[in-house]
Design a protein around this ligand. Structure first.
Ligand code: CMP
Length: 143
């Protein structure tokens, strides 16, 4: 089965608190395939570039500071309807408003420290996947 892709990051707060394993387990249980993954710390400039779409928002300076403050786990996830299904799995941006059982409800602390990022459209998923991964770093596993 091949599907569409989405890009996720496990954010610094969640990595630092030991949530990487539990979050990846939930991602697997929900039927996503990890076709690329890396552990890295973004520079401030890389975080600014990744979140360029939010430039000018009042939360942008804090967001890029936070996202470059420690390592993240970035991954490309594949599934039918990957973008929409992953957004359902992660829940609302603000963990206080996220549904029970979602990743942000379970592992998020605030709207900034909301555990994980997920792409908001197929178009952005491709842009964001290309931001972190070359073709050689992606693996299509057999059924
Ligand atoms: P993410 O899915 O990574 O995409 C953009 C991020 O900006 C979002 O998660 C939040 O962490 C952050 N964000 C969005 N809205 C706000 C806000 N109103 N205040 C602070 N941070 C925000």
């Amino acid at each position: 089965m091949t599907g569409s892709i989405t890009l996720t990051m496990i954010k610094p707060y969640a990595v630092q608190n030991g949530y990487t394993g539990p979050i990846l387990a939930k991602i697997n249980e929900a039927g996503f395939r990890i076709i690329a993954m890396k552990y890295l710390q973004m520079t401030l400039q890389q975080a600014k570039d990744f979140y360029k779409v939010h430039e000018g928002q009042n939360f942008y300076p804090r967001l890029v500071e936070f996202m470059s403050s420690g390592p993240v786990v970035a991954a490309i996830l594949e599934k039918k309807n990957a973008v929409q299904d992953y957004r359902k799995l992660i829940g609302a941006t603000d963990p206080l408003k996220a549904e029970e059982g979602t990743l942000r409800k379970l592992f998020g602390a605030s709207i900034e420290k909301n555990a994980v990022h997920g792409s908001d459209s197929d178009e952005n998923a491709n842009v964001e996947a290309d931001f972190f991964f070359s073709k050689l770093e992606r693996f299509q596993l057999m059924d």
